[in-house]
Design a protein around this ligand. Structure first.
Ligand SMILES: *Cc1c(COP(=O)(O)O)cnc(C)c1O
Length: 421
């Protein structure tokens, strides 16, 4: 049997309708910004494998740090034990996170980081004897696929069968330049008529919604309003974190800092599943008590996996090099130049850039998982460029190590697609 025959015999892939899906591509190797399939074809990883492999696949500085860690201490439970890589990583994170973040809680993926953040905010008030049952979230947000995270997500294409089983969430539109008063009024109405525990949001960019941007000052005002109303704020930086929006964290662009933050994806440079829920000292202290059950009784077996911590420490070191800082600026400048080339194209409805992210909305309508979208996906793959259009939005979020030549190849494929579709 070929590997694909064996795959179809035993495997169930995520986000896949197996009755109609095309065969997956067998990737056997990846280096830098390029992935190689079993037939020797090359594909530029235009979205850094779901925004994780930002310092390039197979980054040797990171893999060797992991290798060393694995030989030193492979794994130990994180309840009742601690270890140097977890402590070093926490120290490093607190150094680069917004100044109010003091405590680091470990989980093992993005959804569980959000899950922990939601439970923290609910229990924070519960511990005070103040029962709150409502979350506030943006329309079309995405926060993950476990139940709490899914409840906060507003993309109905994922939630359909589960809608009757979700947490109570009230939604507001994202703040744009022209709707801030309306969004603020909606938030105020929600705050007035519900017992809200927290407002959870993807700061500045909604990834899964199609790389939708919103107003920095608008978000700042919403966070401030929540603070004044004694409602916690949770910034889900799982996609935006570690340099993608121009600053290290998107929240660096806000004056009002969130109480809780969620990190994953690029945290470990795509090398290991790990996530963080960080919070302020004040939240942490809300769990201190002589009563045991007021502690945070939430754990994942692989909490603070030492090998993941080693990857994250090395990843942050790479992020802070001048080479990567310059590369991020180089990609941003290249994106902005590409905007000038395509913005007047009659198939381009909107094109926007933030940090290393460029997104192009086409004038052609496409269903999120429709045939035309699949053809577009295929069109790019045939040209050696791996992109995952979200409906009719084409976006690029490349590894910081992508070369100019590789970037040009990505732009070339997009330009060809504009003329072809
Ligand atoms: C990917 C993502 C998640 C979920 O992370 P998983 O590791 O896939 O569970 C949550 N929030 C945002 C903003 C994401 O981009």
């Amino acid at each position: 049997m070929t590997i694909l025959e064996k795959d179809s015999k035993h495997l169930w892939h995520p986000l896949t309708q197996h009755q109609t899906a095309r065969e997956p591509i067998v990737i056997t190797r990846a280096k830098g910004a390029v992935m190689y399939d079993d037939a020797g074809n090359e594909y530029i990883d235009g979205i850094a494998s779901w925004y994780t492999a930002m310092y390039g696949h197979g980054n040797e500085y990171i893999t060797s740090a992991m290798h060393k860690q694995m030989q030193q201490l492979d794994f130990v439970m994180f309840s009742g034990f601690t270890h140097p890589p977890a402590v070093t990583l926490a120290e490093k994170l607190v150094e680069i996170l917004p100044g109010n973040q003091e405590k680091v809680f470990f989980n093992d993926n993005g959804s569980t980081a959000v899950e922990a953040a939601i439970k923290m905010s609910l229990q924070y008030y519960h511990n005070k004897g103040d029962k709150r049952d409502t979350l506030i979230a943006f329309e079309d947000g995405f926060h993950g696929d476990t139940f709490g995270a899914m409840s906060a997500s507003g993309l109905s294409s994922y939630n359909g069968p589960f809608e009757d089983f979700l947490l109570k969430v009230e939604r507001i539109p994202t703040p744009q330049e022209d709707n801030l008063e309306e969004v603020m009024a909606k938030l105020e109405a929600i705050l007035a008529s519900n017992k809200c525990a927290a407002f959870i949001f993807e700061p500045l960019v909604q990834g899964a919604a199609g790389m939708k941007f919103h107003s920095v000052s608008g978000l700042d005002a919403l966070v401030q309003k929540c603070r004044e109303s004694n409602v916690l704020t949770i910034a889900d930086e799982i996609m935006t974190g570690f340099g993608k929006t121009g600053t290290v964290f998107a929240c660096d662009q806000l004056d009002n800092k969130p109480d809780i933050m969620c990190l994953s994806k690029a945290l470990t440079a795509g090398m290991f599943p790990l996530s963080i829920t960080s919070c302020t000292q004040e939240i942490f202290e809300g769990f201190l008590s002589e009563e045991v059950h007021k502690g945070f009784f939430h754990a994942h077996t692989f909490s603070a996996h030492p090998v993941g911590c080693a990857a994250a420490i090395a990843g942050i070191e790479v992020l802070q090099t001048q080479e990567i800082t310059q590369s991020r600026e180089r990609i941003n400048a290249a994106h902005r130049a590409f905007v000038q080339r395509v913005k007047a194209h009659h198939k381009v409805n909107n094109v926007r850039v933030k940090g290393v992210i460029i997104a192009i909305d086409l004038t052609i309508e496409m269903a999120r998982y429709g045939n035309l979208r699949d053809e577009l996906y295929q069109f790019f793959m045939q040209r050696g460029v791996a992109l995952r259009p979200l409906g009719n939005t084409i976006y690029v979020l490349p590894p910081y190590v992508i070369t100019d030549k590789e970037l040009d190849k990505v732009y070339g494929a997009i330009q060809e697609a504009l003329d072809h579709f």
